[in-house]
Design a protein around this ligand. Structure first.
Ligand SMILES: [Mn+2]
Length: 422
């Protein structure tokens, strides 16, 4: 074990010393960029990496990571079939001086040159300050530019992406600038086998942490303690971070959908709702379990719980190629409607899942094999301080679906047995 660790450590020094986080080969990402290149006609695509704030931990932007596997800020990827090199990565010069932005402070980084081209598999790298010149030579022959940028709030400071976009608009008024999501979303929605494996790891980490934490839940504990136990479980199992802010709500807070303050003390006889997901290598799980703090459901809690469970199973049954999320929602909603609780099911049943917890993909598209969605009905009764939501992650297969989180306890007897197992 020890020698294996050492080998991995040595390997990581050799291969990944320049923030290439991904376990994938450079060819894997080259193929993806090829997919984008084949969709560009009289057009180019420009994908900036995430920016780095000095006191926040860095996470690459999903689209940039999807196309390069590189975890480094301040980069620009230009894809342009009509350019001499169809793919160019622009990087800042390496900073080997002293000071807070130097590599001595922030760790070794990739710089422009042969080494970066070999490590990333991107045909050409160039210094970032040559971008304007390169793009000016190219722009005359283009009609469209796909630019990857998420608009910020209408008020508040202007983002770096916004500044960049405005400068492009001013300089190249003939260019139609379109969101890059139009090219990449349909690719990201269908997961390949390695993405499915990665997301399965995220699901398994989440499941193991829930299984470990649920027996420890009891009245008198604070919601944040439950949160901390779950997130510690994630970290111990190799998750880099939670994929979204963990929701741990007890009693009245089980009826607040996006409750993430997690400050309340859990009371006797209450339900505790945990909506959590570990992120693993840029893919996140999204699982919800609702458990009784005392280890046993009251009759009323069990009644509502069973109804939500039945609705969820109806949702699973509806998942197969060709249907839309609307139909999955209707299947789950019918069960809750016919029991008379329709008005207390106040959200949608499904969303796409992947690099983002609410991943790209629209409710209107027909499902196809390789898509991953959540199925998460709920009933919320604020007057009774009683909310139940159950959420699992589901892979669409050729003939139906596979519930990726099926092994995480959920039946009433399973939950009660798990809680009494401590
Ligand atoms: Mn969800």
């Amino acid at each position: 074990m020890k020698s294996l660790r050492k080998a991995i450590w040595l390997l990581s020094l050799g291969l990944f010393s320049f923030s290439l986080a991904s376990a994938q080969s450079p060819e894997y990402y080259k193929n993806r960029r090829g997919e984008i290149l084949s969709r560009l006609i009289n057009a180019a695509a420009l994908i900036p990496s995430a920016w780095e704030g000095e006191l926040e931990s860095f996470r690459q932007s999903n689209n940039f990571f999807y196309l390069t596997g590189i975890e480094q800020p301040d980069l620009l990827l230009l894809l342009a079939p009509s350019a001499r090199s169809p793919e160019t990565l622009f990087l800042p010069a390496r900073n080997l001086e002293e000071g807070s932005m130097s590599e001595a402070w922030t760790g070794a980084k990739l710089g422009p040159g042969k080494g970066a081209e070999e490590q990333t598999g991107i045909a050409k790298t160039a210094a970032k300050n040559t971008f304007d010149f390169t793009f000016a030579n190219l722009a005359g022959g283009l009609d469209k530019l796909y630019f990857d940028y998420t608009p910020g709030p209408l008020e508040g400071p202007v983002s770096a992406g916004e500044v960049f976009l405005r400068a492009l608009r001013d300089k190249y008024p003939h260019l139609q600038i379109l969101p890059f999501s139009r090219l990449v979303d349909s690719l990201r929605t269908v997961k390949d086998s390695s993405e499915i494996r990665t997301l399965q790891q995220a699901v398994d980490i989440t499941g193991a942490s829930l299984r470990e934490t649920i027996p420890q839940v009891r009245p008198g504990m604070f919601e944040y303690e439950v949160e901390a136990l779950i997130e510690y479980g994630f970290a111990r199992r190799g998750s880099q971070r939670p994929g979204f802010p963990s929701i741990v709500g007890s009693g009245p807070n089980t009826t607040v959908l996006h409750y993430d303050k997690n400050r309340r003390k859990i009371g006797a006889g209450e339900l505790v709702l945990m909506d959590v997901g570990a992120e693993f290598d840029y893919y996140t799980a999204d699982i919800t379990r609702t458990v009784p703090a005392d280890g046993r459901f009251t009759d009323r809690q069990r009644e509502i719980y069973q109804l939500v469970l039945e609705a969820q199973k109806a949702g699973f049954k509806a998942v197969r190629p060709g249907v839309t999320l609307k139909e999955v929602h209707q299947a789950a909603k019918n069960v809750i409607d016919s029991a008379g609780y329709g008005q207390y099911f106040i959200h949608y049943t499904s969303h796409f899942l992947g690099m983002d917890v609410h991943d790209v993909g629209s409710r209107e598209i027909p499902l196809s094999p390789g898509m991953i969605i959540t199925v998460e009905p709920g009933i919320y009764l604020p007057a009774e301080s009683l909310g139940v939501r159950l959420e699992d992650d589901v892979l669409v297969t050729a003939d139906g679906c596979r519930v990726m989180s099926a092994s995480i306890p959920k039946e009433v007897r399973e939950i009660e047995a798990l809680m009494q197992s401590k």
